[in-house]
Design a protein around this ligand. Structure first.
Ligand SMILES: O=C(O)CCC(=O)C(=O)O
Ligand SMILES: [Fe+2]
Length: 334
């Protein structure tokens, strides 16, 4: 468990789950199966209660050195001239370079769609560097593939946490995944001196819920990610060194009939250090129908909140309104 606090001293304990199988030294299969069952319940509880959890793991899941290489490579990437970075453009949503904007004056980001495919990361690094950058290409590709695998594993555990019949797990997996995967690299500048003199901090990323299924993030050790508790308070997360942050997004909230909490979050920059973060965002296919399993509906305690909808319709509505708070209810709310 890790503490996160805000200015009003509300202390919220965000669960920190250790996914290292080796730390659970069970030789027999039953041990592993029991471990997974127990962990699935913890994952479900954290996602229901907080809409997020911290995850730590051993090198077998994601090597620490890969994480370090990723952050180092990102520094080099964001240091490239603006005109080079702007070459990464696509008509697809969230798949281009975005420089600082009035809404996010400190934030630059690269969205790379399906970066776990080698050809995609090669095209990206060949575009950014005159001779490519085989080492960073390999790092990006490997990191996105590992985060994607972890993302799918957590999605499966969430479903197992609800003890749904086996056939659902495969069907839901097809529904919740199998779409494009967004890999995002972000840099947040430290707030300007002028702002610091006034003791202020600055908006790194505006408040939002994620519009995909499940997000995994990690950062260099500069804090800045804040979440809104169910009681409405904003707290700054103290993300443990080497931990990942797993965030429930809107599609999981809808699928689970509102049981899983899509947590509102934002980035606020303080201090004088730059922050780098990386995220993998899984999303369904456009035509995938998001439908609540009947097992998650209970007339008394959990009446049906969402009618079936396609991911494409939801995104079309969101992109045209940019209404973060009400997009889900507007499209599917009952
Ligand atoms: O930089 C971060 O830690 C958060 C990024 C985020 O929330 C997003 O890209 O949706
Ligand atoms: Fe987000």
């Amino acid at each position: 468990m890790k503490r996160s606090s805000d200015d009003h001293d509300e202390v919220v304990i965000i669960p920190c789950l250790d996914f290292s199988f080796n730390n659970n030294n069970n030789d027999d299969n039953n041990g592993l199966e029991n471990w997974r069952k127990m962990m699935s319940k913890k994952v479900r509880e954290a996602c229901e209660n907080y809409g997020l959890f911290f995850l730590v793991c051993d090198d077998e899941i994601i090597p620490k050195v890969l994480r370090e290489k990723m952050i180092m490579g990102m520094k080099e990437l964001f240091d490239l001239p603006e005109e080079t970075k702007k070459k990464h453009q696509s008509t697809k949503a969230y798949s281009s370079y975005s420089s600082e904007s009035p809404l996010s004056p400190l934030n630059q980001s690269f969205g790379v769609c399906d970066c776990h495919l080698l050809q995609v990361s090669q095209e990206f690094t060949n575009l950014m560097w005159p001779h490519g950058n085989p080492s960073f290409c390999e790092t990006m590709n490997s990191m996105s593939a590992k985060l994607l695998e972890l993302n799918y594993m957590i999605l499966k555990m969430i479903q197992e946490g609800y003890d749904l019949p086996k056939h659902y797990i495969t069907e839901t997996e097809d529904m919740l995944t199998k779409g494009t995967v967004h890999f995002r690299l972000m840099k947040y500048k430290a707030p300007s001196n002028e702002n610091k003199k006034e003791g202020g901090d600055e908006n790194g990323l505006v408040a939002h819920t994620d519009k995909n299924t499940l997000t995994i993030l990690f950062q260099n050790d500069v804090q800045g990610l804040e979440v809104q508790t169910k009681s409405g308070k904003w707290i700054q997360l103290e993300i443990p060194h080497n931990a990942y942050v797993v965030i429930v997004a809107d599609i999981l909230k809808a699928w689970s009939n509102g049981r899983l909490h899509a947590v509102n979050h934002r980035v606020t920059m303080k201090g004088d250090k730059e922050r780098y973060s990386v995220g993998v965002f899984t999303m369904p296919k456009e035509e995938a129908k998001i439908e609540v399993p009947p097992e998650l509906v209970d007339a008394n305690t959990h009446p049906l909140r969402y009618k079936p909808f396609t991911y494409g319709d939801f995104m079309k509505h969101f992109v045209s309104t940019l209404d973060h708070e009400n997009a889900l209810d507007a499209v599917a709310g009952l």
